[in-house]
Design a protein around this ligand. Structure first.
Ligand code: XIL
Length: 405
């Protein structure tokens, strides 16, 4: 076929003319030397620009010589393993994530995908965001995060089904108990069913205790009595029997009264056959207040047969930030990781966002900030390096190392 076509073309072509006779012919004769000269000029220009850029990047001066080692300005040194690559088997290293970051900031998304093998939905699965109107669900925000996680081989930790905060206005305290109960059951069932098989763990109830260990006065408690906690776990379990179901709280990292009360509550729930699989320790900590007895505390929960998890770790620093404070912050991050690694029942270690540019701390803790592993420009801080170091020390050893406290 090709032969036939070229044969036909040959037949239709006029006889070749003497190239030197016409102006276009003369130009054609000159074409080769012109192309060669241009090529040489282009190569010379490229070489000069490249040289100028290299010299600029290394600072002007005699040291800026092509061939010297690259400056260490990148966030992660080439060859250094990421947190998820260093994670021991059975321990997820996660971060909370927010959809705006994913859509607007490619550098944020890339770090989220490469550093972490688990992701908690920071706000997208809160009731107010998921069901803004009665029975009307707004899935795209949560779907986007779940899809991102799946594309990046991350497990999803769903946060949170039942909470007193972040409720839509339409759930009215004026309703009779039966109505409140139906709304709660439907919400839990609808949300867990939608992500059945795609969310490895749920915060079923969040912050149900007060500082003194009593059950927190919420709409749920007032209307439904303490049984709402067991009900929520049972509804969630019915909707996805494969999901791990957690009770999550803050102020329970040390052996506080609240921690004692939570332990008793978990024991009771499990004795009654309620499907509680784990306890989440939020761990919103401060640079100058390392939790005391965290390891022993995690252990006593693990001893009643539940998994434990660090679910929302950040370590806020009082402003202004100084190198000394960042060093102490790093020590707190390291201590919490060490405790988790020391307890075989600790199944995940999650930070509440990884960059200072998207942290909730400045908005909620006046005078504090810089709580995350990376600064606002996504440069790793001493805290990040401390985690890398701690995980590297652990590589290849038995997870249950010596307890740090
Ligand atoms: C915070 C989010 O990080 C903020 O973006 C939001 O404005 C308020 O909630 N404990 C929890 C989380 O269980 O849901 C909270 O998250 C932080 C405290």
């Amino acid at each position: 076929m090709i032969d036939q076509l070229s044969a036909r073309r040959d037949v239709s072509r006029p006889p070749p003319a003497d190239p030197a006779r016409s102006p276009t012919g003369r130009f054609r004769a000159l074409r080769l030397p012109i192309v060669l000269v241009s090529l040489v000029l282009v190569i010379a220009a490229l070489f000069a620009t490249g040289l100028a850029l290299v010299v600029k990047a290394r600072g002007d001066g005699p040291a800026g010589v092509v061939g010297s080692p690259p400056v260490a300005s990148e966030p992660a040194a080439p060859g250094r393993k990421t947190l998820r690559e260093l994670a021991p088997p059975g321990v997820r290293i996660g971060s909370a994530a927010d959809g705006r970051g994913l859509s607007l900031d490619p550098a944020y998304s890339s770090l989220l995908g490469t550093e972490f093998n688990a992701m908690t939905t920071e706000n997208a699965m809160k009731w107010r965001n998921l069901e803004p109107l009665p029975g009307v669900y707004a899935w795209p925000g949560a779907d986007q995060l779940v899809e991102f996680a799946e594309r990046h081989g991350q497990e999803v930790y769903g946060h949170t089904l039942v909470w007193h905060s972040d409720m839509p206005k339409w759930v009215s305290p004026e309703w009779p108990a039966e109505r409140i109960r139906t709304e709660l059951r439907d919400h839990v069932t609808e949300v867990v069913s939608r992500y059945r098989g795609r969310v490895w763990a749920w915060d079923v109830v969040n912050e149900v205790l007060d500082e003194d260990g009593s059950l927190r006065e919420t709409l749920w408690l007032r209307k439904l009595g303490p049984g709402y906690i067991a009900d929520a776990f049972r509804w969630a379990h019915a909707a996805d029997p494969g999901a791990r179901l957690f009770i999550n709280d803050y102020g329970i990292e040390g052996r506080t009264r609240k921690a004692d009360a939570l332990l008793a509550l978990v024991r009771d729930l499990r004795r009654d056959g309620v499907p509680v699989d784990g306890v989440g320790f939020q761990s919103h900590l401060a640079w100058d207040e390392p939790p005391r007895e965290l390891t022993r505390n995690l252990r006593r929960f693990a001893d009643v047969g539940v998994s434990v998890a660090i679910t929302e770790l950040d370590v806020r620093v009082e402003l202004p930030v100084t190198p000394e404070k960042l060093k102490r912050q790093a020590a707190v991050y390291r201590q919490v990781l060490k405790s988790c690694l020391a307890v075989p029942g600790c199944v995940s270690f999650t930070v509440w966002g990884f960059t200072d540019s998207r942290s909730w701390i400045p908005g909620y803790h006046r005078g504090y900030g810089a709580a995350c592993l990376f600064d606002a420009d996504l440069t790793p801080k001493p805290a990040y390096l401390a985690l890398v170091d701690e995980l590297s020390r652990h590589a290849g050893t038995n997870r249950a190392g010596p307890a740090p406290d």
